[in-house]
Design a protein around this ligand. Structure first.
Ligand SMILES: [Zn+2]
Length: 417
């Protein structure tokens, strides 16, 4: 049907062009002379975008009718919701770990695409299923008439455990482009989210195997029971180098009409990517505009930075209740009873879930304000190498089977010592 419409549109467009006569070519006799129609050139028929495959999203806080869906029994779950977070994954280890100044940082805070896929396989086999972070708590009115966050009962396929995934700094920063990461997300010819980038030889590569986001999409396509509600992960975005590989940011110095025009082009280009991600179970959170430490910066700096995030990123991804602390720096300065002015400002601007980083998937609903604070675990080089983390992460995977010591720099491995 879409092809027929596109063919009709082409016909209409041709008719319109013929009716207008088009602009006279330079040196032609001008519009007063009747013109011969130009010889028909064999142009390929424009490809219509493929019809997207339907994608179902379910609410895990609602028990399916009769306790069953698709022949699977659902049961209530009240326990811990585990939460793992990743950074962008390394597509080309030979570029990431080439011994330059960035090598050790990438080794510390990232995993390779191969390690990431092995982690997904392991957490899937251990019975975890994906849930969206925003479905794990909701706001209710307390006995004092004040709104408070409460932990939700989740209705999960029997025997399964819930898992939140989040992905920090999915902005495709400039420094990553030279260091073995993909450059941006695009929509492939099949309409699905893919990555675009350059391989070490400089060839353009469109792939669904080199970037954490399409890798998870593919994994869920192949193992739909890993995501019974359609949830994927929450993308934690800064704004200072744009989002998802598109340079949608402003620059207070050196701004020009040309740069603004380019920015507008990037904004238009990223919109369909955001829409497709949302349609297929991805959600978005804030990581501040400038990746600033929320535990040390002044109220004025924090609120001005966040206003810029709302202006430049919130306008593209929509409202979000989730704030991911850069560097794990807590707004309350590590005191759960503290709800300072910057925390209050964030809460008043819609944030309800405040995520740091820690050694377990801890969470607490605050008593003085409607907000939940929580920690996430971090599969990366530091934890893959550490003997302490080996046990801590065993419920998800055995780091000894995940870490790619061939690809990574020769650095200490705690559990080998
Ligand atoms: Zn970050």
């Amino acid at each position: 049907m879409q092809r027929v419409i596109s063919f009709l549109l082409t016909l209409l467009l041709l008719a319109a062009l013929t009716a207008c006569g088009g602009a006279p070519a330079p040196g032609s006799a001008g519009p007063s002379q009747p013109q011969e129609p130009p010889p028909q050139e064999a142009s390929p028929e424009p490809e219509s975008p493929p019809e997207p495959e339907p994608y179902a999203i379910w609410d895990p806080t609602v028990m399916p009718e009769g306790g069953m869906r698709d022949g699977v029994a659902y049961v209530p779950y009240e326990g811990v919701v585990e939460h793992l977070f990743f950074h962008p994954v390394v597509a080309y280890p030979e570029l990431a770990f080439d011994g330059d100044l960035k090598s050790d940082g990438i080794d510390d805070w990232m995993v390779t695409a191969g390690e990431y896929l092995k982690i997904l396989q392991s957490i899937y086999e251990k019975g975890y299923v994906l849930v969206d972070i925003a479905d794990c708590w909701s706001q209710q009115t307390g006995e004092d008439g004040q709104p408070r966050m409460v932990k939700n009962t989740l209705y999960l396929p029997e025997g399964k455990k819930p898992l939140i995934l989040s992905y920090d700094d999915t902005n495709y920063y400039q420094y990553m482009l030279d260091n073995g990461f993909t450059y941006k997300l695009i929509l492939g010819e099949d309409g699905k989210v893919a990555s675009w980038g350059l391989d070490p030889q400089g060839n353009e590569v469109v792939s669904r195997d080199l970037d954490a986001i399409p890798i998870l999409d593919r994994f869920v396509e192949e193992h739909p029971d890993f995501s019974p509600f359609g949830a994927k992960g929450c993308l934690s975005l800064t704004g200072y180098e744009g989002i998802l590989g598109y340079r949608t940011q402003t620059d207070r110095e050196n701004w020009s009409e040309e740069r603004e025009a380019n920015r507008q082009k990037e904004i238009e280009a990223v919109k369909p990517i955001v829409a497709e991600l949302k349609r297929t179970g991805w959600t978005f959170g804030s990581h501040t505009w400038g990746h600033i430490s929320l535990n040390t910066r002044s109220y004025e700096t924090v609120t001005a930075d966040m206003q810029r995030w709302f202006d430049e990123v919130g306008t593209l991804v929509g409202e979000t209740p989730v704030l991911f602390y850069p560097f794990g720096g807590r707004l309350d300065g590590d005191d759960v009873r503290q709800t300072g002015p910057a925390f209050q400002w964030m809460q008043a601007h819609g944030f309800r879930i405040f995520c740091s980083v820690g050694i377990e998937s801890w969470s607490k609903c605050k008593e003085d304000v409607s907000a939940v604070i929580c920690d996430r675990l971090h599969p990366d080089g530091t934890t893959l190498r550490s003997s302490k983390s080996l046990d801590r992460y065993m419920k998800f995977y055995d780091a000894r089977e995940i870490i790619d010591l061939e690809a990574r720099p020769r650095r200490e491995v705690g559990w080998l010592a």
